[in-house]
Write a protein that binds this ligand. Structure first.
Ligand SMILES: CC(C)(COP(=O)(O)OP(=O)(O)OC[C@H]1O[C@@H](n2cnc3c(N)ncnc32)[C@H](O)[C@@H]1OP(=O)(O)O)[C@@H](O)C(=O)NCCC(=O)NCCS
Length: 165
């Protein structure tokens, strides 16, 4: 599909997340994670004073009411920022949107006084690990056998960290 003559590279608009986006965010989250969060959970997380997020839509599509392309939700407290969750629509994978959402979150965290950013990732999640390593995150800790996948296999949770200054 991406190699055909008629294929157009998607373009995205990234804007700050507000409560009205949370239903679309919860829908995309449910598509990308085994344990879905309700839109109410997103609203209450977003309304916490230290939280912030960004959402992305494709701008060069003819689809009326195109689904959300991606989102990131984060928080910053006393110099330490944390990625709470991030996802990109699987139809939009590998166009650099995850990278751009992470850049938006890191910039906002820095503006709020963040000195370092942390996140937690399943060590079996190759796409997320690839993204975070490319952004300069490094392993800061590990919780062995923390997750269980559909086949019952146990994987570790890695805690990763990156300086923001
Ligand atoms: C992780 C995720 C957000 C990446 O989004 P994306 O928009 O596809 O990523 P990008 O196009 O910005 O990729 C940036 C870099 O990440 C790495 N990467 C992305 N997808 C990858 C994959 N499937 N395998 C290996 N590396 C990958 C590559 O280094 C890539 O750079 P490159 O394309 O120049 O090689 C997306 O796969 C996703 O939503 N996954 C499901 C939800 C999830 O796991 N969230 C993270 C929980 S911790």
């Amino acid at each position: 599909m991406r190699d055909t003559l008629f294929y157009r590279q998607p373009e995205f608009e990234i804007v700050p997340m507000v409560s009205d986006h949370c239903a679309a965010v919860a829908t995309l989250h449910a598509q990308r994670f085994a344990r879905a969060w309700g839109d109410g959970e997103f609203v209450s997380l977003l309304l916490q004073p230290n939280s912030f997020g960004f959402v992305a839509w494709q701008t060069n599509t003819l689809i009326f009411k195109a689904p959300l392309a991606g989102f990131v939700l984060a928080r910053e407290v006393a110099g330490e920022a944390e990625i709470l969750t991030i996802a990109v629509n699987d139809k939009m994978a590998r166009f650099g949107l995850g990278w751009r959402l992470m850049q938006a979150a890191m910039r906002e965290a820095r503006n709020r006084g963040g000195e370092a950013m942390f996140l937690e990732v399943d060590d079996g999640n190759a796409a997320a690990l690839g993204l975070y390593r490319k952004l300069g995150f490094e392993k800061a800790g590990e919780r062995p056998a923390y997750y269980t996948d559909e086949s019952g296999r146990r994987t570790s949770a890695l805690v990763m960290r990156r300086d923001l200054r």
